[in-house]
Structure formats: structure tokens, C-alpha cells
Design a binder for this molecule. Structure first.
Ligand SMILES: O=C(O)CCC(=O)C(=O)O
Ligand SMILES: [Fe+2]
Length: 277
């Protein structure tokens, strides 16, 4: 298998099909896909074992009812093998339709999430990171609940429904069940989704985040969101600021230079609009 082999798919959906219209704030037209990942099962087992050992001391139960080890590759070096796997990144870039790079902020580049009736799952949200890969480390059998649920409409419409205390209409929610050996790649920026609460059983997931090389500034991680996600006080703020000036701002300027705002085609009709008041 090389990076360009089409992986065995269980689900695939475009961003436009999920949201119902095109969007400008995106890295590509890709929405979500689940595929046979082919990652080394022994490596994944070692990551799970290490994560379980760290859970009591390092996992935090934060906002959105999510229990996770944030910046997990800081404590579990095996995760770096996957993060730096060139073939993996090439394949994800191929699927996404644009070149990807690992998400640079050490605190959110990789996480391990623990979901169960006691640990919680994750409530309705849009991701702060642009591109995420969810790799199951373990899924109990039986498992009741725990599906990935995606709201198929504009996320702002969905958020307004939730804020008014109503449930999202069931016919607008698709369910993706996780399966061992299959990873789920999503561009969940501006896409409302959650994990359905787990009534019975548990699952542990390795979450690896990426962003676009051409548009590293397409990112929804607001500072309060990063602060809420964090197990540090504010050392990450400098890391973020460095990235803005070194990568995001130059890429933004480059893109703006290469894509000047189109000038109106025709000259305005003389005398049509007053030029000054
Ligand atoms: O594990 C899942 O099904 C989704 C988790 C999720 O949305 C997240 O970690 O941001
Ligand atoms: Fe998410």
C-alpha cells in the first residue's frame, strides 16, 4: 500500500453535504471519512497501555464533559512515531485534498480521550483544530452509545436550537460508529458534532490533529477555548504567538497577495452614484 492507494472506506461525506452549503472558512471540501488505517497494532496497544497508566495522574475532566490527556505525545513518546509518519501524513493529505502538517501547539497536537458513563463523552461542539484523526485504541463489547454524531446543517443554526433548550432534529443527525482498525478523519471546524453519551461500556481514542500547510491560519482555536482545554497556565501563549508571526501571518499575506480581491468588471456609470456627499 502506498499513500495514494484508496483506503477501504466505511463512511465518506463532503463538507458541503454535511453543512448544506459551501463555506469559505475551510481547508478543503473534505468533510468526514472512516477507513481501514493499517497502523501498527502493537504500537497502538503500547499507546493505550501508557495512557491507562497516566490516566489517574494526567487525565483531566474539562469543559464539554470530556476526560482526556492533553498534549499526550509529551508523555507518551510512541505517539510521535505516528505524528511523524510521512506515509500517514501523505495519505491524510491525499484524502483531505490539501497538504497537511501536524498541528503545532504542543498542548493540542495529540490527545487521548476516555469515554464511559463515569468519564463522560463530549457534548455538542465544533472543533478548534481544522483537521482531526480519531484512532480507536479500545472499544468495549458491548458498547451502548458512544457514536460520533454529526449535525447536518449550518452549525450556527444547530447551536441556536441547542441554546433555546430544544433537541436537534433527529433526521438531521448522522451517526458514525467507531470500529477497531478504522480511523475517522474529519474537518470538524464549523461542523457541529458530539459523541452520544455512553450508557454502558467505554472507549479510548487517540486523537491526532493536523492543519493545512497553505492555510495554517484557518483555525478556530480561540484563546479562551485553549485556556479551557489546558493543563498549563500560560506557557502555551508564547508558543501560539510565535506560530502566528512565523507561520500564520506570512501564509495569510501570501494568500492575500496571490488572491487579490477581484475589481468590479465595468466602470461605474458616470453620474449614477454620488461620489461625495
Ligand atoms: O470520539 C469521537 O467520536 C469524537 C470526539 C470529538 O469530537 C473530539 O474529541 O473533539
Ligand atoms: Fe470534536
Amino acid at each position: 500500500m502506498n499513500a495514494h492507494t484508496i483506503p477501504e472506506l466505511r463512511y465518506a461525506m463532503s463538507r458541503e453535504a454535511i453543512i448544506g452549503h459551501d463555506t469559505a472558512w475551510k481547508v478543503s471540501r473534505f468533510g468526514v471519512a472512516q477507513y481501514l488505517h493499517g497502523y501498527d497494532p502493537q504500537l497502538l496497544a503500547a499507546i493505550e497501555e501508557a495512557a491507562l497508566k497516566l490516566k489517574a495522574s494526567h487525565a483531566v475532566h474539562k469543559h464539554l464533559d470530556l476526560t482526556f490527556i492533553t498534549g499526550a505525545d509529551r508523555y507518551i513518546p510512541e505517539i510521535k512515531e505516528l505524528v511523524n509518519d510521512k506515509l500517514r501524513l501523505e495519505r491524510l493529505s491525499d484524502m483531505m485534498g490539501t497538504k497537511l502538517e501536524p498541528y503545532p501547539l504542543s498542548i493540542v497536537g495529540s490527545t487521548v480521550t476516555f469515554m464511559s458513563p463515569k468519564d463522560g463523552a463530549v457534548e455538542w461542539h465544533c472543533d478548534g483544530v481544522p483537521v482531526t484523526e480519531l484512532i480507536p485504541l479500545s472499544i468495549s463489547d458491548p458498547l451502548i452509545g458512544g457514536h460520533l454524531e454529526i449535525y447536518c446543517d449550518d452549525s450556527e443554526t444547530g447551536r441556536a436550537i441547542l441554546e433555546s433548550g430544544r433537541d436537534l432534529p433527529r433526521n438531521k443527525v448522522i451517526r458514525i460508529d467507531h470500529k477497531m482498525n478504522y480511523a475517522t478523519l474529519g474537518q470538524f471546524l464549523g461542523v457541529l458534532h458530539r459523541t452520544a453519551p455512553i450508557q454502558l461500556g467505554s472507549r479510548i481514542t487517540l486523537v491526532l490533529n493536523q492543519r493545512s500547510v497553505a492555510k495554517p491560519y484557518v483555525d478556530d482555536n480561540r484563546m479562551f477555548y485553549l485556556a479551557a482545554d489546558n493543563d498549563q497556565d500560560r506557557t502555551w501563549v508564547n508558543e501560539l504567538a510565535d506560530d502566528v508571526w512565523t507561520n500564520q501571518l506570512p501564509a495569510y499575506r501570501r494568500y492575500a497577495e496571490e488572491h487579490p480581491v477581484p475589481k468590479p468588471a465595468a466602470e461605474p456609470v458616470p453620474g449614477g452614484v454620488r461620489e461625495s456627499w
